[in-house]
Design a protein around this ligand. Structure first.
Ligand SMILES: Cc1cc2nc3c(=O)[nH]c(=O)nc-3n(C[C@H](O)[C@H](O)[C@H](O)COP(=O)(O)O)c2cc1C
Length: 194
């Protein structure tokens, strides 16, 4: 019997191909969250980790998405690689990454981005561009040449998939759709009409 496809391995293959073909941000995805009342919102984020535990991104926990995920820990992701005419959709439950994991990723960010995380009150009203520039200048002064700790309000989330779909463009819009559902330790694959 043919070996069942591991969707995480297939994801890694597709992302590696996108890294060769996309002009920028091959790891960009549209992230959908919703309020407990079921009002959805969507925005782009960058994928910063993926393995057989799920798909990780980082953000400000006090942002709109952060507040929605705290109240309703489910999300959906959609990747679209235009040059490859491929898309991947992932849906599932959200968990927080550990402090150690977030610290390790934060430490890899350029110093300017680490200061930016402190300076941005993401998703809240901005009095003017000057206010952001002043906050960046203040934190730059504050930290000087010392180490910049990760803000407590900035961390990552992991989406633990209960559905992963691979979509591939085919002639005459007869596209290929392969959906994977977890079943215990394994995955069940199903094909869908386009
Ligand atoms: C290509 C791209 C990548 C982005 N990556 C991130 C990201 O990794 N984390 C993040 O918080 N915002 C990222 N943003 C900004 C978000 O799209 C969004 O403006 C911000 O997170 C606030 O969203 P919210 O108000 O719904 O929380 C990115 C935007 C673009 C266009």
């Amino acid at each position: 019997m043919a070996q069942a496809t591991d969707p995480y391995a297939l994801f890694a293959e597709w992302l590696a191909e996108a890294e060769k073909s996309e002009p920028n941000d091959p790891n960009a995805l549209c992230l959908a969250t919703s309020t407990p009342e079921g009002r959805p919102s969507a925005r782009m984020v960058l994928l910063k980790g993926h393995d057989d535990r799920g798909f990780v991104f980082y953000t400000n926990l006090e942002s709109r998405k952060g507040e929605q995920l705290a109240a309703n820990p489910f999300a959906a992701m959609c990747f679209h690689w235009k040059s490859l005419r491929r898309s991947i959709r992932v849906e599932g439950q959200i968990e927080s990454v550990t402090d150690a994991e977030a610290d390790a990723y934060y430490a890899t960010r350029p110093r300017g981005s680490r200061i930016g995380a402190w300076a941005s009150r993401q998703s809240r009203p901005l009095e003017g561009r000057w206010a952001l520039e002043k906050a960046v200048a203040d934190y730059t002064m504050k930290f000087g040449v010392s180490a910049i700790p990760r803000p407590a309000f900035w961390s990552g989330f992991r989406l633990i998939p209960d559905r992963i779909e691979f979509w591939r463009d085919m002639p005459f819009r007869l596209h290929e759709r392969r959906v994977f559902h977890p079943e215990g330790e394994a995955w069940r694959e199903e094909a869908l009409y386009p």
